[in-house]
Design a protein around this ligand. Structure first.
Ligand code: FES
Length: 356
């Protein structure tokens, strides 16, 4: 289960930020070896304060483990022929890392592995970066030939994911009185990305848009909706419109009821608990929005655990080593590490992907 991870304690904040701002697959800075650590150190006190306000650390490991447990228990029932199933967590910027996961897999005698991204929508800066790191970790740990791999590299419109997301939006809408509920504007919010990532031809905005569209269709409600992007940081240009600016403009235009929906996160972390709930909640209040709510994150809700198991079952049933989109490198890509797969299982794939 690949994800970015988060600092578990306040002392983990600086090492986490150093890793994040050093990753050229997510953010490319001039003089990155110097500027990355400089930005990380400068932001540490503020970010430590934010984590202190949400209980002293990120809950992402706790939720990922709960999701993993729920997923494999369901999968053993859904797909007994491939049981028993086990899950391992590989975070990109904090422990457990890819090295930790691979070593644990080796100790357990695993032979067949699925690299399952926990980012529903693909981006080279998230899933792509995690996969590149996974293959590097396999070299580093001497486990290059230890496993046969396939990838679940995206699932933006998987019916189980869409149903679980729709459930969260319904719960959010139900927090409004029936008399105002149809007027609530639903603001989907996804993590932003630097514009140079998008300009290379990254699939992320298209896949986030596809998730939003499917959720809205399955919701079958009359509510107007918008998509915006949050959490931009550092001296580069980011994909907009920014969630904060959209909230300000909606307030100025007279919108009074607002439901924000995290569409690209599968569990609560600082972007939901601090940024959406506290920071933007205050902004909403400032600009005259009378009721501001946030739809719950997917976390360990049973429908989402079902969805994770269904996604894996469908993947195993397809026999394919990856999605048909995986080999399609960004038009502007110059990174030879992208879109590789180590020791792939045989199955219907396309010859465009590099097998390493
Ligand atoms: Fe997208 Fe390399 S940056 S495939």
């Amino acid at each position: 289960m690949l994800n970015l991870g988060g600092p578990a304690t306040l002392d983990d904040v600086q090492p986490f930020l150093l890793e994040l701002f050093g990753d050229r697959e997510i953010i490319q800075l001039p003089f990155q070896r110097w500027l990355g650590p400089f930005i990380a150190r400068r932001r540490t006190p503020k970010v430590r304060g934010l984590y202190a306000n949400i209980g002293g650390g990120s809950p992402i490991l706790r939720y990922t483990e709960a999701q993993g447990r729920g997923m494999v228990a369901r999968l053993d029932r859904l797909s007994p022929e491939t049981a028993p199933h086990k899950f391992y967590v590989a975070f990109r910027y904090t422990r457990p890392t890819s090295d930790d996961a691979l070593r644990a897999m080796r100790e357990d005698g695993v032979e067949r592995a699925i690299a399952f991204t926990q980012y529903p929508q693909f981006s080279c800066s998230t899933t792509g970066s995690s996969l590149n790191e996974l293959w590097r970790a396999a070299e580093r740990t001497g486990l290059r030939d230890a496993f046969r791999w396939s990838l679940i590299d995206r699932w933006p419109v998987h019916p189980g994911f869409i149903e679980a997301m729709t459930e969260t939006v319904r719960e959010g809408l139900n927090r409004f009185a029936p008399s105002v509920r149809p007027k609530v504007l639903v603001l989907f919010s996804a993590h932003s990305l630097p514009l140079d990532v998008i300009d290379r031809g990254d699939a992320y905005p298209q896949e986030v848009g596809a998730s939003v569209q499917r959720v809205v269709e399955s919701l079958k409600a009359p509510n107007p909706y918008l998509l915006a992007y949050q959490s931009d940081v550092g001296p580069v240009r980011w994909l907009g419109p920014s969630t904060e600016q959209v909230i300000r403009r909606l307030g100025a235009r007279g919108q009074r009821e607002l439901l924000v929906v995290p569409i690209a996160f599968t569990s609560d972390h600082i972007e939901t608990l601090s940024e959406l709930d506290r920071e933007y909640g205050e902004v909403a209040h400032e600009v005259g929005i009378t009721q501001y709510e946030r739809a719950p994150a997917l976390n360990d809700r049973p429908r989402f655990l079902d969805a994770l198991a269904e996604i894996v079952r469908d993947h195993l049933g397809s026999g394919a080593p990856h999605s048909t989109q995986y080999p399609m490198r960004c038009a502007g890509c110059s990174n030879p590490q992208c879109r590789n797969i180590l020791n792939p299982v045989s199955g219907p794939g396309t010859p465009l992907v590099r097998r390493i």
